[in-house]
Design a protein around this ligand. Structure first.
Ligand code: SF4
Length: 81
């Protein structure tokens, strides 16, 4: 599986390193290091890390979490003034 971390967005909260330590690691001055070609076995952990990232900096495969807007689907919209 492939993943990308938007390092401009990353604030170094290290939630990802806590949840998926085999994929993400905090590294002193350099900030976050990660494995962009994580093993498939890590997928569940990586998804947890992506979900836990406070700034949604982790993008997994085609799964763009950052683009997931909190869309409030409304049926029967009232166009009233
Ligand atoms: S959880 Fe998000 S903000 Fe924190 S280190 Fe990981 S990618 Fe960066």
């Amino acid at each position: 599986m492939r993943l990308v971390v938007d390092l401009n967005r990353c604030q170094g909260y290290a939630q990802c390193a806590f949840l998926a330590p085999d994929v993400f690691a905090m590294h002193g001055d350099e900030g976050l290091l990660y494995d962009p070609q994580a093993a498939a076995a890590q997928r569940e952990r990586v998804l947890q890390a992506a979900a836990a990232c406070p700034v949604q900096a982790i993008l997994v495969d085609g799964l763009d979490l950052a683009a997931t807007a909190p869309a409030a689907a409304s049926h029967g919209e009232a166009s009233d003034g």
